[in-house]
Design a protein around this ligand. Structure first.
Ligand code: ADP
Ligand code: MG
Length: 687
């Protein structure tokens, strides 16, 4: 075997398994070594029957006292049983639907079983243990890796393949410079490959984990630092207009202290020739749009164009409307660009952007398409940043064109409050302003969790709210979203029909979902915004940013299907005006975990706390798993527990860059190449 041997050629693999392995990203033998375990099982201790700790996974050495007996219980269920003994005790071992055991286990032979020993009265027993011959055990008597798997691939198979690869292949080349290894007391890669898969003991595992975690975080930090460094070296448009008084006059309200601070911090950046790269982070409803509008105002007043990108068409349209209304009195025209606009309309906007006649455009991803060109793009704003990757942000900025090293000012807005360590990583290349204050007069949203039994009362409450002149959102899962569970989901179209025809025949019920045509979506939103529809049935397309201050009640069906942060976002659709607002979470899910999770929302409105709970429940691995942000995935490092390694890795990256800011020295060439591969992107960005 060599690193390029296709896995299907290895003994025990074959076509079908090779397909399964490919799903895990494993194609050739060389891939195996880099496929890291998810966790480990400590099988070092081998117990006697009497000493085995009850209820815990462990190895037990036994002898088969009889040939296994197979019994057919009923269709689809058969049971194979045998008595096993050691010098002092005996126990019964039962296998369900594993008839092959009869051929595999034989009277008088010794085996090591791995599983849980249970107590049945005073007797011990095991059910469905793994087993192997005691003569030359492979999986028992050591720490075994547990790998992420897929259908048709067992952990045994994978562990076996990995072990062979480690034995037969030359160790992969070292990927960290020697002096770094020495300075941070990291084990060389050659020593760690084996230990990360088959550690001899805890110390060896810790050393290997620390080394690989360091490596991941080092390259991540290096990549982000390079991005930041490159930007700060570049030059951007310095806005001549710095006075915000004129903008304040346009607003129908006075900015909160926090909004003002965020805007003034941005304005200070915008006046410099160094391009701004700022994140404005603020909970839902904290008024981020006004800060963006202020920046756009400065851009346009200074003779530059501004582009603002939103993650959904609904949000883009809403922003275009509000901003247009706000800025029109100052003679600033705001255009809209979305994928589903008529070609003729699009063409008009594109032409106006290219000539510079249109100073401000709001749009969706459509802004990134090829045909979009600006005359003088000076400011790029992305709303709800967590929806966009580093890549997309950069792609829009690249539209500014111009000379080398020129980049426009960038403002990103996010309502996703992420804990500090994580923010440091994800937004490591940005300056941050936090809006930690809500506009005055906001009444906190009251949240309740109800089951199906309360449905009629809940509909009564909807009626009460409408009678008082308020409006209501009802959110339910998308049509055909989940084919298996579809029967119990409130498919949105059908649900809206039933509500409109049977439950509220006297009220106007609107509907909006992601599969509707843009025109229909727009019409449905416009009718709701104008107060023409009382109830808007919707999927989560209203999750981000939608702003209808008269809406005072949001009902979320099947609430258990959403993450906490998403529910918090949805809840943020109400409580945006001066009325007492309500959020009703509907769920009949009785699982204590689920109820505890949903209870968090009934107890706090603090987005930061909720995000932390969410992170605790889902883990940062998952956060990174989604890879929405365009950063390399972390396989070993855990941002919550590896904070010390993170700090070390960041310092190490800073040191390397201090000596060689663009990694141009020959000895740093491999570092640069590795960063490029990791960030998987156009190599020019790290020039
Ligand atoms: P988000 O931060 O969630 O994007 P928005 O910018 O949509 O919040 O603002 C939420 C609502 O609050 C909007 O209706 C907006 O007009 C209003 N608003 C924003 N700032 C203020 C303020 N300083 N005083 C009163 N209302 C405000
Ligand atoms: Mg917003």
């Amino acid at each position: 075997m060599d690193v390029n041997t296709p896995l299907r050629e290895l003994p025990g693999v074959g076509e079908a398994r090779a397909k399964g392995l490919e799903k895990l990203g494993l194609r050739v033998a060389g891939d195996l070594v880099g496929y890291f375990p998810r966790s480990y099982e400590d099988r070092r201790q081998v117990y006697t029957i009497a000493e085995a700790p009850v209820g815990e996974l462990c190895c037990v050495r036994v002898m088969a006292a009889e040939e296994p007996r197979r019994m057919h219980i009923r269709k689809g269920l058969d049971v194979t049983r045998l008595k096993v003994v050691d010098g002092a005790s005996a126990m019964l071992v039962t296998f369900f639907n594993q008839g092959y055991v009869r051929q595999a286990l034989h009277r008088g032979e010794e085996y090591i079983l791995y599983g849980r020993v249970e107590l049945m009265g005073s007797h011990r027993q095991m059910t469905n243990p793994q087993f192997e011959g005691a003569e030359r055990p492979w999986a028992c008597g050591r720490i075994m890796p547990v790998y992420p798997l897929t259908a048709g691939i067992t952990n045994h198979l994978l562990a076996g393949l990995v072990e062979r690869a480690i034995q037969e292949l030359p160790p992969p080349a070292e990927t960290l410079p020697d002096d770094l290894l020495a300075r941070h007391r990291l084990s060389p890669a050659a020593d760690c490959w084996r230990s990360i898969h088959f550690p001899a003991d805890e110390a060896a595992l810790d050393a290997a984990r620390r080394r690989f975690a360091f490596e991941e975080l080092f390259y991540l930090s290096l990549g982000l630092a390079l991005l930041r460094e490159r930007r700060s070296r570049g030059h951007g448009p310095a806005f001549g207009e710095t006075d915000l008084e004129g903008f304040y006059q346009l607003l129908p309200f006075t900015l909160t202290g926090a909004q003002k601070r965020a805007l003034e911090e941005s304005a200070a950046d915008l006046a410099l020739t160094r391009p701004m790269n700022r994140l404005v982070q603020g909970d839902v409803g904290s008024g981020k749009t006004a800060v963006a509008a202020g920046c756009a105002w400065l851009a346009v007043r200074s003779g530059w164009q501004c582009a603002m990108m939103a993650p959904t068409e609904i949000l883009a349209e809403q922003h275009a409307k509000t901003l247009s209304a706000m800025l029109a009195p100052a003679g600033i025209q705001v255009g809209l660009l979305t994928g589903s606009m008529k070609v003729s309309e699009k063409r008009k906007v594109l032409a106006a952007l290219e000539t510079g006649a249109l100073p401000f455009v709001v749009g969706t991803h459509a802004l990134l398409s090829q045909g979009v060109a600006f005359r003088r793009l000076g400011l790029v704003i992305t709303d709800e940043q967590h929806r966009f990757g580093v890549e997309q942000r950069a792609a829009l900025a690249a539209k500014a064109g111009g000379e080398e090293d020129f980049s426009p000012n960038v403002l990103v807005m996010s309502a996703t409050p992420i804990p500090r360590t994580l923010a440091l990583i994800i937004y490591g290349d940005l300056d941050v302003s936090v809006i930690d204050e809500l506009p005055p007069g906001r009444v906190p949203v009251k949240t309740v969790l109800v089951g199906e039994s309360k449905r009629q009362r809940m509909y009564g409450f909807v009626r009460d709210q409408v009678k008082e002149g308020r409006q209501v959102y009802i959110v339910c899962p998308a049509v055909e979203e989940n084919p298996e569970g579809a029967w119990d989901l409130k498919a949105v179209t059908e649900y809206a029909r039933v509500l409109g025809e049977q439950v509220f025949p006297d009220l106007r019920v609107g509907l909006v979902h992601g599969r509707m045509k843009a025109k229909e979506k727009e019409a449905a939103m416009a009718a709701f915004t104008a107060g023409e529809t009382h109830i808007l049935v919707s999927t989560t397309v209203i999750e981000v940013g939608v702003d209808v201050p008269n809406a005072s009640l949001i009902i979320i069906e099947n609430a258990d299907r959403y993450g906490l942060s998403q529910l918090h976002q949805l809840r943020g659709r109400v409580g945006r005006g001066k009325h007492q607002s309500w959020c009703v979470l509907v769920s009949d899910n009785r699982s204590p975990d689920t109820r505890a999770r949903l209870k968090v929302l009934t107890q706090t409105n603090d987005g930061f706390k909720i995000a932390e709970e969410d992170l605790k429940l889902r883990g940062p691995g998952d956060f990174f798993g989604q890879r929405q942000h365009g950063l390399p995935a972390l396989r070993v490092a855990d941002l919550e527990t590896d904070t010390r390694v993170l700090k070390e890795a960041q310092d190490a990256a800073a040191e390397v860059l201090a000596a060689d800011p663009a990694l141009t020295r020959p000895e740093h060439r491999p570092l640069l190449e590795k960063v490029r591969r990791l960030f998987e992107e156009d190599p020019d960005r790290f020039n």
